[in-house]
Design a protein around this ligand. Structure first.
Ligand SMILES: [Zn+2]
Length: 218
């Protein structure tokens, strides 16, 4: 247990050396004048898909919200505790980001839980089911009790989140005005692909050509 914490502290030491000692100007600028990222990214909380690591971003470059299964709920202004919607509001209305990317990934535990719940498996969790139900339409249960494959549900869930983005009036206005670009990406952890998810059709496109499989396809 201590080893894991020690590793994090060592990681911060390395961060401080890299950013505060070797080139302090950028951090001083960010601290004194605030952030102005162009990109907001909604990613999964999964430990394997840290956006800063995957995308090589620098401090101040991406405004990120991470939640289970990288989901965006529909616009619902009520007295609920809407953490993801609050992050969207700050990014769009205060920071004025120009891009919103929904970043999904393969082998997503949140989507796996949704598929299991729709398949009829008992769910003992208190909060996850209500949250992952945002993507329930991505996982229709057939007459035979079968649900779509894990990657198909992950990618359709991204499309649902993209549609939900447009239900926020101040996001829809920016999209309509051509000042906000929204897109969905899906990372295949198995072969190291980054794919663009078409917002309408079930097409995905390899953004970074060439895949590197970690093991033979089955
Ligand atoms: Zn996930």
């Amino acid at each position: 247990m201590v080893g894991a914490i020690d590793r994090l502290v060592a990681g911060f030491r390395a961060f401080r050396a890299r950013y505060y000692e070797q080139r302090p100007e950028r951090m001083q600028e960010l601290s004194a004048h605030g952030q102005s990222p162009d990109v907001m990214l909604i990613a999964c909380s999964d430990s394997r898909v840290d956006p800063a690591l995957l995308l090589g971003s620098e401090p101040g470059e991406i405004f990120i919200v991470r939640n289970i299964a990288n989901l965006i709920p529909p616009y619902g202004p009520d007295d609920g505790l809407h953490g993801t919607s609050a992050s969207l509001e700050f990014a769009v209305r205060d920071l004025g980001v120009s891009h919103i990317i929904v970043l999904g990934h393969s082998a997503c535990g949140g989507i796996g839980a949704l598929r299991a719940a729709i398949s009829g498996e008992p769910d003992a969790r208190e909060f996850m089911a209500a949250w992952t139900d945002i993507a329930a339409d991505a996982c229709p249960c057939g007459a035979d009790g079968q649900v779509p494959s894990q990657p198909l549900v992950e990618q359709e869930a991204i499309r649902i989140s993209l549609r939900n983005l447009a239900t926020f009036p101040w996001i829809n206005d920016r999209i309509a005005g051509g000042t906000l670009d929204i897109r969905g990406w899906w990372v295949d952890l198995d072969d190291g692909r980054l794919c663009e998810v078409d917002a309408i059709t079930n097409v995905i496109r390899d953004i970074v050509a060439g895949s590197v499989r970690t093991h033979a396809a089955v």
